[in-house]
Design a protein around this ligand. Structure first.
Ligand code: TXE
Length: 519
């Protein structure tokens, strides 16, 4: 580890520190246990140097016209496509996911880049606003970059999640410093290499665990995008408080799917199991609670159980569900299942560890029926391949159950009646509701993504995503050319208006709507 002697230039930068030498960290393939490579466990000094570098490069990037920034995002896309085989292989090795799942991430990343490239001008060009009630002025809003955006990322989608922020933050004129998860760092390194191979060094990377992440927050960066657990988010907010750094938080969910009495139970079960088991359930917006209305309970449960039993589990490239990325999560999932069964739930599919698949740790895709609010699995994010079925009498009870959660990321509704879908969507407390599918909203680059309640705040993607990493600047100028005589009339009058005159003015401007003028 190198010593740092430079003092970064940011005004609230803490004094330069020396990084204590640490042993390199290792990246491990959860399918085989083999070491894939090592990376540096960076301390505050190294992190500060990377942030300084990003800050130096940001000025030239922000000086480019929006259209030119858009063109460059398409060059990054080309670079990412060229790196595709490499990136998806490394991501699959580090997380254990099937390569196809890594490719979904890459498709999503390219879609985000494409939409951001084509819409950056529209989203961020200066906008005229009425100067009401000041008639003598014109006003407009400009969108300026923050400077350096820190991007602290988890391990579950190490390609897709960074690209929910990166195209929009770059489009807004920022540079970024990525802190990939310690479980998927090699993917992060390759990803940043691909971004910069497009010809402009727009991304830096810092590697390590929580200490490195905290150093990035405290460097400080000028804005932060964090995806991960609520516990870590609290640490980050405390660290960001010193520099008052704005933070966008995406913290996972306990996402419900309401299956209305008129729905096709097979289609609903297909969507629920696909969304529950994708990436071994290690997805923030996976369907964790299927809330099924009478009279569909039995049919939905039967279909969901059949579908779960037919999922291909294993380390091979053509499997659908790989191992848990963090083997220790199996203990958490086991205890959730045991707790649920002890309180009256029934296991209708899976429920056990799948052995004989080599070194990896696998939980069989699991469907639990008769799940109730008394059980941990009803409230706590599983982050594993478990679908809980909660039985509801009717739609009113189903909405109440859906909202009975600390989390509120996304939700879905299955119904054959569009009007029912929309009515339910309006009643569910979530950042996004998908009617007749699950998760698809997040794939739409123009549609904002983020949660309510403990699922976080702020939005990624869409026009909202550009604005999340921009600061609006209000500019006002004179509508008329003022002569010196007019200026002296405005500003050098001796007499101020009396309270009586002001009250009369207030009434003339705002006092109508049929109300009597107060005395
Ligand atoms: O997240 P962490 P992990 C949830 C899910 C999962 C749990 C843990 O429930 O089981 O979070 O996952 C960095 N200051 N989600 O371990 O620990 C860390 O190094 C600054 C939901 O990945 O929150 C990593 O880069 N940074 C979810 C990142 O934060 C710190 C996705 C996330 O780590 C830090 C993943 C600190 N003090 C997990 N401590 C979703 N929304 O999709 C850690 N980090």
């Amino acid at each position: 580890m190198t010593e740092d002697t430079s003092v970064p230039s940011h005004p609230v930068q803490p004094r330069a520190a020396r990084d204590v030498a640490t042993t390199p960290m290792r990246s491990i393939d959860p399918r085989t246990g083999s070491v894939l490579g090592t990376f540096e466990d960076m301390g505050p000094a190294t992190v500060a140097r990377r942030v300084t570098r990003a800050r130096e490069l940001q000025r030239d990037w922000a000086a480019l016209p929006l259209r030119e920034r858009g063109r460059h995002l398409l060059r990054i896309r080309a670079s990412l496509v060229a790196a595709g085989p490499d990136l998806t292989r490394i991501s699959a090795e580090e997380t254990g996911k099937p390569v196809a799942t890594a490719y979904y991430e890459l498709f999503a990343a390219c879609a985000m880049l494409t939409w951001a490239a084509r819409n950056v001008e529209r989203a961020l060009r200066p906008e005229r606003r009425p100067s009401y009630p000041v008639v003598s002025k014109r006003a407009w809003v400009e969108y300026a970059p923050f400077g350096v955006v820190g991007l602290i990322s988890p391990w579950n989608y190490p390609i897709g999640i960074p690209f929910q922020t990166l195209p929009y933050a770059l489009g807004a004129g920022n540079t970024v410093v990525l802190k990939p998860s310690e479980l998927a760092t090699l993917t992060g390194l390759r990803l940043v290499e691909a971004v910069n191979a497009a010809g402009i060094e727009l991304a830096q990377v810092v590697t390590g665990a929580g200490r490195t992440g905290e150093a990035l927050v405290r460097a400080p960066v000028d804005a932060l995008s964090f995806t991960g657990s609520p516990g870590t988010a609290r640490h980050i907010l405390r660290a960001a408080a010193d520099s008052l750094t704005p933070v966008v938080l995406e913290l996972g969910g306990k996402d419900p799917m309401i299956v209305a009495p008129d729905a096709d139970p097979y289609q609903a079960a297909r969507a629920a199991t696909a969304a529950a088991f994708l990436n071994a359930g290690q997805t923030c917006m996976s369907t964790e609670r299927a809330i099924v209305c009478a009279p569909l309970h039995e049919r939905f449960v039967r279909h969901a159980a059949d579908l779960a039993r037919n999922v291909r589990v294993g380390p091979a490239d053509d499997s659908q569900v790989g191992p848990l990325t963090r083997p220790a999560q199996l203990d958490v999932l086991r205890s959730r299942i045991e707790d649920a069964v002890s309180k009256g739930a029934t296991i209708v599919a899976g429920g056990r560890e799948r052995r004989g698949l080599g070194h990896g740790t696998y939980l069989e895709p699991t469907v639990l029926d008769h799940v109730t609010a008394a059980m941990d699995v009803y409230h706590e994010e599983s982050f594993g391949p478990i679908l809980s079925v909660v039985r509801a009498r009717d739609l009113q009870e189903a909405v109440a159950l859906a909202n009975d959660s600390r989390m509120g990321l996304t939700a879905s509704v299955f119904t054959t009646e569009r009007a029912t879908g929309l009515r339910l969507a309006h009643g569910i407390e979530a950042g996004g509701v998908n009617v007749n599918d699950a998760m698809l909203g997040a794939a739409m680059a123009a549609v904002p993504f983020g949660g309510t309640k403990s699922s976080g705040y702020g939005r990624l993607q869409g026009t909202e995503g550009f604005r999340a990493f921009s600061q609006s600047r209000a500019i006002t100028v004179d509508r008329f050319r003022w002569t010196p005589a007019m200026i002296s009339l405005m500003f050098h009058r001796r007499r101020h208006p009396s309270a009586r005159m002001l009250q009369a003015g207030l009434w003339a401007l705002f006092g109508r709507n049929g109300r009597r003028q107060p005395r």
